[in-house]
Design a protein around this ligand. Sequence first.
Ligand code: CP
Ligand code: NVA
Length: 302
Amino acid sequence: MKRDFLEVTDLTREEVWRIFDRAKYFKQERSRHRQEEILAGKHLGLLFSKPSTRTRVSFEVAILELGGTPIYLAGQSTQVSRGETIKDTARVLSRYLSGLVVRTFKQEEVKEYGRWFAFPVINALTDTSHPCQALSDYFTILEKKKTFDGLCLTYIGDPNNVCNSLVLMADLLGVSIRISSPPGYPLSPLVRQQMRNPQLLKVSTDPAAFIADADVIYTDTWVSMGSESKEKERIAVFREYQVNENLLSRAKKDFLFMHCLPAHRGQEVTDTVIDGENSVVIDQAENRLHCQKALLEFLHGG
Ligand code: CP
Ligand code: NVA
């Protein structure tokens, strides 16, 4: 039976570890200019209804370096934007393509592609999840910190799609996760309910509550794609949650600063922090490529 990657919970802990091992291998092989033709003769579609730099390019390069052909489909240029159903679209695309990577709005839409597309579907971000990001983020943490034992990740700001997937991956891998977010902007109860180890999670409305114990300090934009109409209000609400030098004054010396990017410098993070020596944001972005190769190999039966 085909496998999809629509949410973090589509993988077991063992499968995530296997993907990490393979991502490490693909990273080494690339540094030696060696490639594997796992997707030779296959065409994979990238159907994106929101902008993207990292996800699009890292998937296109991953597919090309695995010997396959990526076909980029801008959501607005397809008939889906004129009301053709996902069911019809996915069944037709199954006759041309061997895989689909989808960036869209509702989680239900990626599920519908998964239901009707005959081959693996990968979620490249929805309003409520970003599982490929979480995969490479924890790979990056492992690369830098060598172990997840005793590790604590503190997320500050908007408990959004990226945060949801970080929480579910923390739950899978046994990592302690802390969230500081403003009153009225809590972590989604649906995500909390999915946790099998809820004792790993602590939340607070105090931006400084979980700084001193954090091995990783993570933030993301206050205005995600699709919520631009609330920009002004959100910037006002989240102001106190900016990751800046003052907030980090009690942080451990060797904490990692992470951000999925794109960053809004001067809003959720200052230049000093994102360009500082604790920041690993560019490594995080690079690792998308290696982890997605490993994911493609896993889903396509490599
Ligand atoms: N982090 C991330 O998904 O970036 P893009 O929106 O550029 O793909
Ligand atoms: N939370 C952000 C992530 C972008 C990669 C958004 O959804 O816009």
